[in-house]
Design a protein. Structure first.
Ligand SMILES: Nc1ncnc2c1ncn2[C@@H]1O[C@H](COP(=O)(O)OP(=O)(O)OP(=O)(O)O)[C@@H](O)[C@H]1O
Ligand code: SF4
Ligand SMILES: [Mg+2]
Length: 337
């Protein structure tokens, strides 16, 4: 997936990656094929959702975008600047422009530090001496922006806060450096449903106010759909389908995307007709990233698989505006406008 996506039409992507490959050694000469040639683009002010079941490589993609660690091969560009291959000091400075929020907010925060120190950590590392002048006012503003009352939380330590409050502190910390891109890796998955909704609203507000671009990684279809402009569906280290999130239920054609949609309750899916033609999951053993299936990696679970799928890997091809799919045997749906 290269070049500007026709759905947005303009300019340099805020973040792009081409052909990312990440493999982990697994002993006795074997390796985990965690991410195998993933490309993506995030347009300014937009959110790309990354969806897929546990172990498909979502977090590895997120970390390699941050160069933590860099991918084994492939290119990452932040606003047109190539991050892969940057010298250590240049990379350290560039990292301030791309921040990540992780799944477990409590363990993401140093338990010994107070909220005000946690929030100020970024400027204390990356900021200039001038930053220190309005330190207190900036910490208070950052805390208020994420819905926390400074007087009540500044002196507290993470274990004295709720999970939702800790995630708000993580967001305040990440935004303190005014990043261009925010990567959220299962940022709401560990929170209660009502707190999830509050944090999702907060992220939406921050994105709108600051023109942030986001990569929102999660395994929950409805959460990803609700916050993303476009969704990239991954399976076993590969991209299956990329499409606008509001067209997912009507236009998704990849058998794996259809399988994910079939897991949604009917009310979230939209129409009964859509549900009726969603795929049912065939019972099959999950393949291993140590030894992924030949050809199409989804073939061992796919109801449409043919012999061709075992020998030929499907390329990610364009089906329509903003819509790409990696499958030999599906075409764009004609039954919906
Ligand atoms: N540091 C590592 N060393 C070895 N294998 C790893 C390492 N990190 C990830 N993996 C493996 O790489 C694959 C992708 O892992 P990753 O954490 O990216 O998946 P994920 O989609 O984020 O899963 P989850 O939804 O459970 O968070 C998995 O098979 C995982 O076991
Ligand atoms: S390429 Fe073949 S196995 Fe893969 S999703 Fe398409 S039909 Fe299924
Ligand atoms: Mg993960």
């Amino acid at each position: 997936m290269t070049g500007t996506d026709e759905m947005t039409g303009t300019g340099v992507p805020a973040l792009s990656a081409e052909n990312l490959v990440v493999e982990f050694p697994a002993g006795r000469g074997r390796k985990v094929h965690a991410v195998s040639g993933v490309s993506l683009e995030v347009h300014p002010g937009q959110t790309l959702g990354v969806l897929g079941e546990s172990g498909c490589g979502k977090s590895t993609v997120g970390r390699s975008l941050m160069q933590l660690p860099p991918p084994d091969s492939g290119t990452v560009r932040l606003g047109g600047v190539r991050l892969t291959g940057l010298a250590r000091e240049e990379l350290r400075r560039a990292r301030a422009r791309i921040q990540i929020i992780m799944q477990d907010p409590v363990s993401a925060l140093n338990p010994r530090r107070r909220v005000e120190d946690l929030v100020w950590e970024g400027p204390s590392i990356w900021g200039s001496a001038a930053d220190a002048g309005d330190k207190d006012a900036r910490i208070d503003r950052a805390l208020r922006d994420v819905g926390l009352e400074p007087a009540a939380v500044r002196d507290r330590r993470p274990h004295e806060l709720s999970g939702g409050q800790c995630q708000r502190v993580c967001i305040a910390r990440a935004l303190m450096l005014d990043p261009e891109v925010l990567i959220c890796d299962e940022a709401v998955s560990s929170l209660d449903v009502s707190v999830q909704a509050q944090i999702l609203n907060l992220l939406e507000t921050m994105k709108r106010q600051r023109g942030l671009s986001m990569v929102f990684i999660a395994h929950d279809v409805s959460v990803v759909k609700s916050i993303s402009d476009r969704v990239m569906v991954m399976y076993l280290g590969k991209t299956c389908e990329v499409l606008p999130s509001d067209e997912m239920q009507h236009r998704a054609v990849h058998p794996y995307t259809r399988l994910l949609l079939a897991s949604l309750p009917e009310a979230q899916l939209g129409t009964a007709a859509t549900r009726a033609d969603a795929y049912e999951a065939p019972a099959a053993e999950l393949p291993s990233p140590l030894n992924p299936p030949s050809g199409c990696r989804f073939r061992t679970r796919c109801p449409l698989a043919t012999e061709r799928c075992a020998v030929e890997e499907p390329a990610l091809r364009r089906l329509g505006p903003g819509h790409r799919v990696a499958c030999h045997h599906v075409e764009a749906r004609r039954d919906h406008p």
